[in-house]
Design a protein around this ligand. Structure first.
Ligand code: PGA
Length: 223
């Protein structure tokens, strides 16, 4: 039930995105829905593995993720940076140190995302590449809960820089300056190549690809 009468777009837009998009997509949807008042949006926030299943089953119009699966035939377009950083509580012994060798994280108490998380996969890969084993304290399927666990003194973690609100420099967190970090990544907007996009999905896709990062992000991307 999608109409495009006199330039007024109406209908449903189904979005599915990985967890970190919670810091991004709602802000984008504000002005978008203002401009296209007839559009009814649903946003599913999940992890990479779940998103891949949804893609295979053709559940949504567009997908937002940072590690596009290689084995699917996808249209993939990057739109914003989404770096991964090492986050610790401000009173962590490594806080403030420069160029910390990644080996220094050996045995460090660590809080990890759940199986199926793209962040988890990226973190495991970089530790594997450097022969590092952290000391797993806790596994949580939620970035905000990981922040709370860091604040609670359970350990450090690697998360998207967007989970930190750097507007508040006196907050309780710090980014550790570990070598090989930040892991540079992007958010991509993705859909199966053989999918025919609705008028609304195309409109949102264009909107997303034309976003000016400065206008949107509270967090300054370093480097
Ligand atoms: P995840 O992805 O929720 O699958 O960990 C988040 C991200 O890659 O930013």
């Amino acid at each position: 039930a999608i109409a495009d009468i006199k330039g007024i777009k109406q209908g449903k837009l189904r979005l599915a995105a990985v967890s970190t998009a919670q810091y991004l997509i709602p802000q984008i949807l504000g002005p978008f829905c203002q401009q296209y008042q007839g559009v009814d949006v649903s946003l599913e926030l999940t992890n990479h593995q779940d998103l891949e299943t949804r893609m295979i089953n053709n559940v949504d119009d567009l997908y937002i993720l940072s590690e596009p699966p290689q084995e699917l035939n996808l249209e993939i377009q990057p739109f914003l940076e989404n770096p991964l950083v090492v986050i610790a509580r401000k009173d962590h012994p490594l806080a403030g140190q420069k160029k910390i060798p990644i080996k220094r994280l050996q045995g460090e108490p660590f809080i990890m995302r759940e199986m199926g998380s793209g962040i988890r996969r990226a973190v495991q890969q970089i530790f594997l590449d450097h022969g590092i084993t952290v000391s797993l304290r806790l596994e949580i399927g939620n970035n905000e809960a990981i922040k709370q666990a860091i604040a609670g003194g359970l350990g450090i973690s690697v998360l998207s820089q967007h989970v930190l609100n750097l507007d508040n420099p006196n907050g309780e967190f710090t980014i550790l300056d570990v070598e090989d970090f930040p892991i540079q990544r992007h958010w991509y907007v993705v859909y199966p190549k053989d999918k025919k996009l609705s008028v609304i999905a195309k409109t949102f896709l264009d909107y997303l690809l034309n976003i000016q990062p400065q206008s949107l992000l509270k967090v300054k991307i370093s480097r």
